[in-house]
Design a protein around this ligand. Structure first.
Ligand code: DOR
Ligand code: ZN
Ligand code: ZN
Length: 424
């Protein structure tokens, strides 16, 4: 099966290509990339007016499988991801049981292969059962196929244990994905500490909850030489610290999620659990700092933190709902609408932050549209206008604050290893 993609705006950070071109795919690979390809193909796609990017890579999703399949499972999460333009995703280990040993890693990998829609690279836990006490066998999990370690959902509060984990991760060349949250400072908070939490009578989560651990983790990465990737940065001081750490030569990268660059606490109108996530929507000033940091490439990655929950669970308002919102099916539109259309980042930066940089962090041969590479490709119409509608979601999770929001940017087709796995 060969596919010829005609006249798309090819955005390839690996070769610094941004021009109208054709791409010929066959045998699962990019055979040719040139201004006018005249070869015949089984299928010809007219991509005029569209972005053609390397398949998107989401470093941060929750597939809830094993154990919490009523929220999402590997199949529904895979379908949501390819609909969102992703060709590789990294599911976090806060499953039930926790992904903390080779058996669970193998379960995820095998089920992912059976579903067979996209590349799924599991993240292994830092401590057994994410209980914070005893290190997992990182080497064993690496052999089984993890791409990184993380305690996502919480921080490893014991710095001695975390430092040991970082040393081991550095030795094995495994990246550490950090969820920065000082649990002792959270004190039952449900939303950002500020005007809105006062107004709604909610307990607040101060910026220091994130910032204290961000600082600690950067210092531990500096000491151990570990590759540290900071998940879902939400504060202006995180941006400052990441910038300073990079200038200092620390091996640190950082991500921002679409909800944190799109919304701030002012956008929360009522006690609606669909606005509850961790870290929370911060102040306008924080949101602006994240946008600036994305522009300046202080932030390397846009990831979703796709965190599906059931509608019943999310009915509990800020007090009772679990933290988290879905993101796989809205990330492209929010990035184009909020960052590209506004001139905060270029389409090339979008390809960098959603594909090329994640691939570099994982150390995998992806994120490129160069000839000879595996044909993981997404075709996006950046001008398609529509309203986000949860009834169109294929994820089991409908928990989003973006239902009804007018956006631009639609994934038209997702290709994994030369095979179309999603098309409108
Ligand atoms: O909002 C969140 N939801 N943040 C996290 O860190 C965990 C995630 C989840 O697992 O639901
Ligand atoms: Zn997290
Ligand atoms: Zn997460």
């Amino acid at each position: 099966m060969s596919i010829l993609i005609k006249a798309g705006r090819v955005l390839d950070p690996s070769t610094n290509t941004d021009e109208i071109r054709d791409i010929l795919i066959s045998d699962g690979k990019i055979q040719k990339s040139a201004v006018n390809i005249t070869d015949s193909a089984d299928e010809v796609i007219d991509a005029s007016g569209c972005f053609v990017m390397p398949g998107l890579i989401d470093l941060h999703v929750h597939l809830r499988d094993p154990g919490l399949e009523y929220k999402e499972d590997i199949e529904s999460g895979s379908r949501a991801a390819v609909k969102g333009g992703f060709t590789t995703i990294c599911p976090m280990p806060n499953t039930k049981p926790v992904t903390d040993c080779k058996e669970v890693v193998c379960y995820v990998k095998e089920k992912a292969e059976k579903v067979g829609l996209l590349n799924i690279l599991p993240v292994g836990a830092v401590t057994k059962g994410q209980a914070g006490n005893e290190l997992t066998d990182i080497e064993e999990m690496k052999t089984a196929g993890i791409c990184a370690i993380s305690e996502d959902g919480k921080s490893v509060m014991n710095a001695q244990i975390y430092r040991a984990a970082m040393k081991e991760a550095a030795r094995l060349n495994v990246p550490v994905f950090a969820h920065c949250e000082d649990i002792t400072l959270v004190a039952g908070g449900t939303m950002n500490l500020g005007e809105k939490s006062k107004q709604l009578g909610q307990k607040g989560i101060s910026n220091s909850v994130e910032d204290v651990i961000t600082a600690r983790d950067i210092l531990l990465a500096k000491e151990t030489g570990a590759m540290l990737h900071l998940c879902h940065c939400s504060t202006k001081d995180s941006a400052k610290m990441v910038k300073a750490a990079k200038e200092d030569g620390v091996r640190v990268t950082a991500e921002v999620c679409p909800h944190h660059f799109t919304l701030c606490e002012e956008d929360i109108r009522e006690n609606d659990g669909n606005y509850k996530m961790n870290p929370p929507l911060r102040s306008r000033e924080d949101m602006e700092a994240l946008r600036q940091g994305l522009h300046d490439n202080v932030f390397d990655v846009i990831s979703t933190d796709h965190a599906p929950h059931s509608s019943e669970e999310k009915m509990g308002g800020f007090e009772k709902s679990p933290f988290g919102i879905v993101g796989s099916e809205t990330a492209v539109a929010l990035t184009i609408t909020e960052l590209v259309d506004t001139g905060i980042i270029t389409p090339m930066q979008m390809a960098e932050k959603m594909s090329w940089n994640p691939a570099r962090i994982l150390g995998i041969d992806k994120g490129s549209l160069a000839e000879g590479k595996t044909a993981d490709i997404v075709i996006i119409d950046p001008c398609a206008e529509y309203c986000i509608d949860i009834s169109t979601f294929v994820s089991k999770g409908k928990n989003t604050p973006f239902h009804g929001r007018k956006v631009r940017g639609k994934v038209l087709r997702t290709i994994v290893a030369g095979k179309t796995v999603y098309q409108v």
